[in-house]
Design a protein around this ligand. Structure first.
Ligand code: ATR
Length: 285
């Protein structure tokens, strides 16, 4: 039987997920289908339940439903619980919904692929942002053994909430998480081993990110989870400084592959051809 999956959100036409999943379905000769489905807010619950009845094997969930899907899930992965958002749902044989968040593994799997000798054990990470993506990145950093995480964000409350929510796991993993205001964040970059922008600042048609890399060591890694443009100003400047840089496109693909494996029972890995196809889509989406 044809395996069906979908990405659900509103708006959804911009989503690159169908391109990614259908590429891997074709490449692996799998009889499956992955489509983008726009659901209106007032019909969210009934629409999800209808898709489950129609034997969908799972979904990606995107804006604005990553939190509202939680109450429809029968079980959540620990990762989804920590992050407080679900972007991947697996429908079990008895039609129960298992909610997971693949941004965490998506970020770290890609980082390991891009930086071959990566060793974050005992290192210091600087994170810009305190939204859902930031929580996923922070969870992955803690699991990877970083000993210090410094966060700056426009809304201080959200950083405080992260520190509170991650208190137990950060203590267990001997990781100290601290808020730094904007000024102190950039001044202290001399102790930073990895800098990650998790905000939408710097994305095409968004406000730019204001940054100052003058104190950054030249062996620090600089990541941006933005993939449009592929090279944000942050990455362009970091490259000029001699830093290794990682853009957001690999993370987008890696997070998709977590769901792909759950639904289509096939482990796929990405190649440069998909990269080219996705960049080509930028003009159209
Ligand atoms: P996501 O799930 O993609 O992380 P989000 O939870 O809305 O999305 O988080 C967006 C992040 O970008 C937050 O850190 C947000 O800062 P606030 O927590 O202060 O809202 C940041 N961000 C978005 N627009 C911003 C802006 N104009 N100036 C500063 N920060 C911004």
């Amino acid at each position: 039987m044809r395996i069906k999956a979908a990405v659900i959100g509103n708006p959804i036409s911009h989503s690159l997920s169908p391109v990614i999943h259908n590429y891997f379905l074709n490449k692996n000769n799998i009889d499956g289908n992955y489509e983008a489905i726009r659901i209106e807010e007032h019909k969210f619950e009934e629409s999800i339940l209808k898709l489950v009845e129609e034997n969908y094997k799972g979904f990606n969930i995107t804006i604005p439903y990553k939190e509202s899907i939680i109450k429809l899930c029968n079980n959540l992965s620990n990762t989804a619980k920590f992050i407080g958002a679900v972007n991947t749902v697996y429908v079990t044989e008895d039609k129960k919904l298992f909610g997971h968040n693949s941004d965490c593994d998506g970020f770290m799997n890609n980082l390991k692929k891009e930086i071959v000798s990566l060793d974050l054990n005992g290192k210091t990470a600087f994170v810009i942002g305190a939204g859902g993506a930031s929580r996923a990145v922070i969870y992955s950093l803690i699991k990877e053994g970083v000993s210090q995480i410094k966060i700056c964000n426009r809304s201080v409350d959200r950083v405080k909430k992260i520190i509170d929510d991650f208190k137990v796991i950060s203590k267990a993993n001997k990781c100290n998480i601290e808020y730094l205001d904007n000024k102190n964040f950039w001044i202290n970059l001399k102790i930073c081993d990895i800098l990650i922008n998790t905000t939408s600042l710097g994305m095409a048609e968004h406000k730019p990110l204001e940054f100052d890399l003058s104190k950054l060591k030249d062996d620090a890694i600089v990541c941006d989870i933005i993939y449009k443009p592929l090279e944000t100003n942050l990455l362009i400047e970091a490259k000029k400084n001699g830093n290794k840089v990682v853009n957001g496109l690999g993370m987008l693909i890696e997070q998709a592959l977590v769901g792909f494996e759950m639904w289509f029972k096939t482990k796929a890995s990405y190649d440069k051809e998909l990269y080219k196809i996705l960049i080509d889509q930028y003009g159209r989406k």
